[in-house]
Design a protein around this ligand. Structure first.
Ligand SMILES: Nc1ccn([C@H]2C[C@H](O)[C@@H](COP(=O)(O)OP(=O)(O)OP(=O)(O)O)O2)c(=O)n1
Length: 178
């Protein structure tokens, strides 16, 4: 079940959901709109290696915006820092963003119960498009969980993406044991 606007507000009151900064006008019927943060990043190497630590160059989006180009992967970040302690948060695109040909995640839309951080966006575009710091970029939806939880993401020893950051975080696949 997806949380309604009223339920999201109740969870915020209880402290089980945190969105920072929070703006009541960004609350949709059953979602919360998130915005593009100050920084984008690109991998330094053209050929990535799934076994290695692929480093990124982080840069600031200028005041006049930044033109994203097809054929590139950009990592972005939400302006909002979020904590979700009792629900499964999902990051979804917005129709208005999709209609500009912007994808905000490559394959990962699901968050974990206990995830506490800004969200890294895996951005690609269909045609050149100028994006701006602070523009609406996606929406968070919250699902109820069935059953108890043994391993909250923020308590997991090997949680790779739970260190608070205002910049995008590159793939930490190299930390997986395989
Ligand atoms: N586009 C996305 C999708 C997810 N996340 C965050 C929320 C998730 O709770 C966390 C981990 O996501 P996954 O479980 O999909 O990632 P991994 O399985 O690769 O990482 P881990 O081993 O840490 O679970 O990353 C994010 O910042 N940006």
């Amino acid at each position: 079940m997806i949380l309604s606007d009223k339920q999201i507000l109740e969870e915020i009151e209880k402290g089980t959901i945190l969105v920072e900064p929070f703006d009541r006008s960004c609350l949709g019927t059953n979602s919360y709109d998130v915005h593009l943060g100050r920084y984008l990043a690109r991998y330094k190497d053209e050929v990535l290696d799934a076994r290695k630590h692929n480093e990124i160059d982080v840069f600031e989006i200028p005041e006049e915006g930044f033109v994203l180009e097809p054929g590139n992967l950009y990592l972005g970040v939400t302006l909002e820092y979020t904590e979700t302690h009792a629900h499964v948060p999902f990051l979804e695109g917005k129709s208005s963003v999709g209609r500009l040909g912007i994808d905000i995640h490559a394959t990962a839309g699901k968050g974990d119960v206990g995830f506490c951080n800004t969200w890294t966006l895996e951005i690609s575009v269909s045609q050149k498009v100028r994006v701006y710091y602070g523009m609406p970029i996606g929406q968070l939806i919250y699902f109820e969980v069935k059953g108890g939880i043994e391993n909250y993401y923020n308590k997991k020893l090997n949680a790779k993406y739970n260190h608070r950051t205002i910049t995008p975080v590159e793939s930490m696949m190299w930390m997986n044991e395989w």
